[in-house]
Design a binder for this molecule. Structure first.
Ligand code: ZN
Length: 214
C-alpha cells in the first residue's frame, strides 16, 4: 500500500519534470535541436509517439541516462558516442521511450506560444507570418476578455488598422473564429513545424505522414 502510493508520488514528480523540460526549450537559445553536440535524446511516450511534437520533446543526454538508471525509460536507439565511467561504458541514447504512459491534459494551457500555435503562426486577418501580435477580437474597452475565444494572432499592421474596433466595425474578416483548442489539435498543428535539424535516428519516430509522401 505504502509502496504504491510512493510510486504514484514519484510519477507525479516525474511528470512535472517532463512538462518543465518541454516548456524550458520552447524559445530558448539552448534549444537542443540547434545544438546536436549535446546529443539530446528524443523522448517518446509509452505508445512510441513523441511526448510532444512542437516543441519536440528532447532531453539532455544526462537526463536520459538518469532516467535509464531509474528504470523509467527504454532505450530505442543510440548515438555512436559513448560515455565512460569507472564502472560502465554506455552509448548515449538518441531515442528513449517512457515505460509509463503520460496522458496529455485534454486542454492545453492558455499561453502566448499556444495561441500562436493554434493560429499556425499566421495573422488571422491577412495570413502574414511576420511581426505577429495578439488582437483582442472584441476590444478590451468594449468588454472583450483575454481568453482563447477572444484572442487572435494578428500582424502588427492589421492590429493597427483594426484599432479599438470589432472586426465588423473595421470591415475585417477573421479566417476562423478563435476557439479553445484541444491538446490533440495543437499537436496536429505542431507537426507542421518540424525542427531545423533532425538526427537520423529520430526520423523513424516522427512525421510518419510526411515520410509517406516522400
Ligand atoms: Zn495581417
Amino acid at each position: 500500500m505504502y509502496q504504491t502510493q510512493e510510486i504514484g508520488e514519484n510519477a507525479k514528480v516525474f511528470r512535472a519534470e517532463l512538462l518543465e523540460r518541454a516548456a524550458r526549450f520552447r524559445s530558448s537559445a539552448e534549444d537542443p535541436t540547434r545544438n546536436l553536440q549535446s546529443c539530446p535524446s528524443l523522448v517518446l511516450n509509452a505508445d512510441y509517439t513523441p511526448l510532444s511534437y512542437y516543441p519536440l520533446s528532447l532531453w539532455p543526454w544526462q537526463t536520459a541516462i538518469k532516467a535509464i538508471f531509474l528504470d523509467r525509460v527504454d532505450v530505442i536507439e543510440t548515438y555512436d558516442r559513448e560515455v565512460h565511467s569507472p564502472n560502465l561504458d554506455m552509448k548515449i541514447p538518441s531515442v528513449i521511450a517512457l515505460k509509463q504512459y503520460v496522458k496529455p491534459s485534454e486542454f492545453p494551457a492558455f499561453t502566448r506560444f499556444n495561441v500562436f500555435l493554434r493560429d499556425r503562426f499566421s495573422c488571422q486577418f491577412c495570413g502574414d507570418q511576420h511581426n505577429l501580435t495578439f488582437d483582442h477580437v472584441v476590444p478590451r474597452r468594449l468588454g472583450g476578455k483575454t481568453t482563447w475565444e477572444n484572442i487572435a494572432t494578428a500582424c502588427a499592421p492589421c492590429n493597427m488598422k483594426k484599432g479599438g474596433r470589432t472586426p465588423k466595425q473595421a470591415g475585417m474578416q477573421l479566417y476562423a473564429e478563435p476557439i479553445r483548442p484541444t491538446h490533440w489539435q495543437l499537436q496536429q498543428h505542431g507537426k507542421q513545424f518540424p525542427p531545423n535539424y533532425l538526427h537520423e535516428t529520430w526520423r523513424d519516430w516522427l512525421y510518419w505522414d510526411i515520410e509517406l509522401e516522400a
